[in-house]
Design a protein around this ligand. Structure first.
Ligand code: FPP
Length: 243
C-alpha cells in the first residue's frame, strides 16, 4: 500500500468504526461496456485508497463486505476473478501492512475459501498480531446470520466443556462473533443505490447510523467519504434514550 493519500484534519467526532458494503462494481463496468470483473478490479483499488484515507483521518476500524456466503451463486468466472483479486490484494498487503501500520482481519468462514487464500489470511493475521494501529476487516464468505449461528455453536461447545458459564450476556455473546473485541460500527455506508443491509453485520449494526448513496463503489472517492462523515456528524445518536 502507498502512503500518499492526503491527510485531512481528523476534526471532531470521526466515526471510530466505519462499515461499507462494496456494491455497484458490476454496473460500473457495464456502463463502460466492460466485463463485470473489470468493476471488481477497480473496486479493489478503491478499497485500498479508502482504507488508507480512513487510517489517515483517525478512523480506527474499517470493515468491508467483499464476498458474501451467497456470492458463490455468481458465474464461475466472476467468482474466480474476485478470488484472484483478493489473492493479489493480500499478497501486496503482506509486504506493506507493517510499514503502513494497517492491521487486517478476515470475518467469515475462511475454511470455505481456496487454500492459497486461506494461507494468505493466516499470514496477515500473524503479521497483525505484532503491532497496534488502524485495522481493516474484510468480510469473506461472510453472512450475518451464519455468523450468529456460528457464535451460538461455539458458545454452546464452551458451555458443554465447562470453559464458560451462564448467564449468557450480550457482551459475552459478542465475544464469540468474528468481530470479537472490536467496537460496533458507528457508520454503515452502502454505495450502489440499494437501501438494504443484505445480511451484513446484523448483530453489530444494532445502533449504527446508515448512509446510502447512488455512487457506484469503483467511483467512491475520499470526498464521498467526507460527505458521509459530515452527514454522520449531524446525526443525533440516542441509543433508544432521550436527550
Ligand atoms: C458487489 O458489486 C461487489 C462484490 C460482490 C465483490 C467485491 C469485491 C472486490 C471489490 C474485490 C476485492 C476486494 C477487496 C476488499 C480487496 P456487484 O458486483 O454486486 O455490483 P452490481 O450490483 O453493480 O452488479
Amino acid at each position: 500500500m502507498q502512503t500518499s493519500t492526503q491527510n485531512k484534519p481528523a476534526g471532531e467526532n470521526v466515526p471510530r468504526h466505519i462499515a461499507i458494503i462494496l456494491d455497484g462494481n458490476g454496473r460500473w463496468a457495464r456502463k463502460r461496456g466492460l466485463p463485470r470483473t473489470a468493476g471488481h478490479a477497480v473496486g479493489s483499488e478503491t478499497f485500498r485508497k479508502i482504507a488508507l484515507y480512513c487510517r489517515n483521518i483517525g478512523v480506527d476500524y474499517l470493515t468491508v463486505y467483499a464476498f458474501s456466503t451467497e456470492n458463490w451463486k455468481r458465474p464461475e468466472e466472476e467468482v474466480r476473478t474476485i478470488m484472484r483479486l483478493l489473492n493479489k490484494y493480500l499478497r501486496e498487503a503482506i509486504d506493506t501492512m507493517e510499514r503502513d501500520r494497517i492491521k487486517m482481519r478476515v470475518f467469515g468462514d475462511v475454511s470455505g475459501l481456496p487454500e492459497e487464500l486461506q494461507d494468505l489470511v493466516a499470514e496477515t493475521n500473524r503479521i497483525s498480531e505484532r503491532y497496534e494501529g488502524f485495522q481493516a476487516n474484510i468480510c469473506l464468505n461472510y453472512g450475518g446470520r451464519a455468523e450468529i449461528v456460528h457464535a451460538a455453536e461455539r458458545y454452546a461447545a464452551d458451555l458443554l466443556e465447562g470453559k464458560t458459564e451462564g448467564p449468557l450476556t450480550e457482551e459475552r455473546f459478542s465475544s464469540y462473533l468474528y468481530s470479537s473485541g472490536i467496537p460496533d460500527p458507528d457508520l454503515l455506508i452502502r454505495p450502489g443505490g440499494e437501501q438494504r443491509i443484505s445480511n451484513f453485520l446484523l448483530w453489530q449494526c444494532a445502533y449504527s447510523e446508515f448512509y446510502f448513496t447512488d455512487v457506484l463503489w469503483p467511483d467512491f472517492s475520499t470526498d464521498e467519504l467526507d460527505k458521509a462523515i459530515e452527514v454522520y456528524r449531524r446525526r443525533d445518536r440516542r441509543y433508544g434514550g432521550v436527550k
